[in-house]
Design a protein around this ligand. Structure first.
Ligand code: HEM
Length: 390
């Protein structure tokens, strides 16, 4: 254990990896004053904490998302968690995602790329990763053809309120209006139709349907955007690996897995100790915050050789904990993987000679949600097939 001051929140939001490596070298669990909690930085301890929801719970009044949208699968444990989650699990199974969403995702990624392909250059996070993340979750929940900008506006306001609660502020009136707007849209979708929300309404009350739908949106948008942007940034930053992938497109799945490992789009998850417990030699007190650094676990040198290197041939990349393990394992992981694969494929298929524009990209940053600042790319418009034929 370390008792030194530790990194600041700004350090952890900018480039956390050197700080995490230094903390891990002193022990897998460190007290971080800036977090007012413990930080777990190795993979083995991270797994132990995330699998034991009786000792390390999410069900705590400090949990900010629940304060803004209400109790959902993300903020409860035990039988209540299973009840919330099982109402939504069917459409997110691997087979269901592949069959029901695969062709749509492929078309949607291509539609978005074609919309800017004639320009010859673009910032791919804003032009592709973000709109694909939004349209995918709206389509999956059956919220389209909702006006995406309005839904996104509510989403951003609610997200800001959740960050505000984390910083000790009250939920403001603007957030209450946004919650009401999103709630009305979700109630309307339930009333009018079939689909995942209407199915869940057969199992949960209206408050719980809303809270879980909101959490699915929060789980899906920032994270998928960050992962797609990060996969493109890492691939385009390595011309040799890009050439390999262009020659063998089955490698796109490996690119996505290694991108998930090297920069998890949700870098931290929070748990609260339900009792006094020893964790890797450290005495954690009942009520203490125990934050698991997924970014730290994914670069644990005991598991991953040369962990700071992006290597699409890394044999054990799938051992990353980006989607966590245990009861709160990401509901949308199959969808997220497929979405990023389709985005990378669309870029490689439709933008010949695609490459990074020097000085026009910025690495990932963010304390919890981490995504590249920008992914500026250019390609050869003259080599493009006429629109509509690719
Ligand atoms: C690459 C993109 C994604 C990443 C990195 C990611 C990451 C995560 C993480 C770390 C958790 C666990 C949170 C915790 O234990 O405290 C989680 C849970 C969750 N994710 Fe994802 N996620 C992604 C995409 C998605 C998508 C596309 C959806 C839905 C469409 C989604 C829906 C959820 C939900 C509902 C939960 C809560 C599950 C539960 O508590 O039982 N996620 N995700």
């Amino acid at each position: 254990m370390t008792t030194e001051p530790g990194p600041s929140l700004a350090d952890l939001a900018a480039d956390p990896h050197p700080h995490l490596a230094r903390l891990r070298s002193t022990g897998p669990v460190s007290w971080i004053p800036a977090l007012d909690g413990w930080l777990v930085t190795d993979r083995a301890t991270a797994l132990n904490v995330m699998r034991d929801d009786a000792t390390f719970t999410v069900d705590d009044p400090r949990f900010s998302t629940a304060q803004v949208v209400g109790r959902s699968m993300l903020s409860v444990d035990g039988a209540e968690h299973d009840r919330h989650r099982s109402a939504f699990s069917e459409p997110f199974r691997s087979g269901a995602v592949r069959e029901n969403l695969g062709p749509w995702l492929r078309d949607e990624a291509r539609r978005i790329v074609k919309s800017f392909a004639d320009g010859g250059s673009a910032e791919l996070r804003g032009a592709l990763a973000a709109p694909l993340a939004v349209s995918t979750v709206l389509h999956t929940l059956g919220l389209s053809p909702a006006d995406p900008d309005r839904v996104l506006g509510w989403y951003r306001t609610i997200g800001t309120a959740i960050e505000g609660v984390n910083a000790g502020r009250e939920v403001d009136d603007g957030a209450a209006v946004a919650v009401a707007g999103l709630r009305a849209r979700i109630d309307e979708t339930v009333a009018h139709g079939s689909g995942p929300l209407a199915d869940a309404a057969g199992m949960l009350d209206a408050d719980a349907v809303f809270a879980n739908a909101a959490v699915i949106m929060f789980g899906a948008i920032e994270t998928s955007e960050g992962t797609t942007a990060s996969a493109l940034l890492h691939l385009l930053s390595s011309p040799e690996q890009l050439a390999e992938v262009l020659a063998d497109r089955t490698l796109v799945a490996d690119v996505v897995e290694e991108a998930l490992r090297i920069e998890p789009a949700a870098g931290l998850v929070d748990r609260y100790a339900t009792r006094d417990v020893e964790v890797a030699g450290v005495n954690v007190r009942q009520g203490d915050l125990v934050t698991v650094s997924l970014a730290g676990a994914n670069r644990d040198p005991a598991v991953f050789d040369d962990p700071d290197r992006f290597d699409l041939h890394r044999a054990n990349a799938r051992q990353h904990l980006t989607f966590v393990q245990g009861p709160h394992v990401c509901l949308g992981m199959h969808l997220a993987r497929l979405e990023t694969r389709e985005a990378v494929d669309a870029v490689l298929d439709l933008l010949p000679g695609v490459r990074l524009v020097p000085g026009y990209s910025a690495p990932a940053r963010g304390l919890v949600f981490r995504k590249p600042g920008s992914v500026g790319a250019a390609w050869d418009v003259s080599r493009r097939a006429p629109t509509g034929t690719a």
